[in-house]
Design a protein around this ligand. Structure first.
Ligand code: GUN
Length: 288
């Protein structure tokens, strides 16, 4: 029976530490960090994510301004709004909740965010920085996964890691971070043949494929560490569930994260960390 890696508990601990730091920053810099979040439309998932971000900001003492816009907003209007936030010296971080309505090109919007305010780490300059091992903002979910592994003292160096999924937001960057920690990394996807033969070799298995109960007990190595990044609805119960058949897999592995309460809270926690990073860089820039 596996030990459950609680992203929720780890996030709470880290948020408490950040709250203390923010009190000190207030004394030194005279103002709190400020995160602007843009939410377009009425997608219930997006509304719920944004609420989670607002709550985390409140807990830590980060000022949060959520700008809600109707789905009819034009791309030009959005770009204008971002330019205003880019130029606003009191705003440290800018996040545009995705997905956006179809008539707006997300790439264009993300690229318009100043790279030093891009708390999501989605701007191509920040993505490039990760791949070139340069200083930049690392996206929140991959960063959270590495922090979860560190929290259990998981030695990454020399291990075989397998990532199922190759998205720009999770699969690719988490594979790169694991590689940078000297794991030997295999990236699998829906077209991988005999997937189980690959996943069974993994000491660290990261599932980010977006299919409920996709990872079964037969697919994991005894004693592996399994991180479930899935955010799905269980078709039977309509409840939130991950990519891993938790009840069966937990019997075989050493450590496992759960959905909900696993990677999700750590994504938000790392967003808060990134906001503090942007704020500190901003404040130190001004003192130069
Ligand atoms: N939609 C779902 N996850 C995310 C995220 O991490 N960042 C943004 N901006 N939108 C999302």
């Amino acid at each position: 029976m596996a030990v459950i890696i609680s992203g929720k508990e780890l996030a709470t601990k880290k948020k408490n530490e950040m709250a203390l730091k923010v009190q000190d920053y207030l004394k030194v810099y005279g103002r709190a960090p400020h995160l602007a979040v843009i939410l377009v439309g009425e997608d219930p998932g997006s509304i719920s994510y944004v609420k989670g971000k607002e709550k985390a900001c409140q807990e830590i003492g980060i000022i949060n301004t959520t700008i809600r816009k109707d789905a009819t907003i034009t791309e030009e209007q959005m770009l204008e709004m971002i330019n205003t936030l880019n130029a606003d010296d009191r705003i440290d971080g800018i996040l545009v909740q995705l997905p956006l309505p179809k008539h707006i090109h997300s790439d264009k919007i993300i690229q318009a965010i100043r790279k030093d305010k891009d708390v999501d780490g989605f701007h191509s300059d920040n993505v490039a920085a990760l791949y070139l091992k340069q200083k930049g903002i690392v996206s929140c979910t991959p960063k959270g996964i590495i922090e979860m592994l560190k929290s259990i003292d998981c030695k990454i160096e020399g291990k075989r890691a397998c990532v199922i999924g190759r998205s720009n937001i999770v699969g690719m960057p988490v594979a790169k971070l694991l590689l940078d920690q000297n794991a030997t990394v295999t990236i699998c996807h829906s077209k991988t043949s005999d997937l189980a033969s690959v996943t069974r070799e993994a000491d660290i298995l990261v599932a980010a494929i977006g299919k409920p109960k996709f990872v079964t007990a037969e697919m994991v190595k005894d004693g592996a560490v399994v991180i479930d990044v899935g955010v799905n609805r269980n078709p039977e119960t309509n409840k939130l569930c991950g990519d891993v058949d938790f009840e069966n897999v937990k019997e075989k592995v050493a450590y496992i994260s759960k959905v909900p309460g696993g990677v999700g809270p750590m994504t938000i926690c790392c967003l808060m960390e990134n906001t503090l990073e942007c704020y500190l860089a901003h404040m130190e820039d001004k003192n130069d």
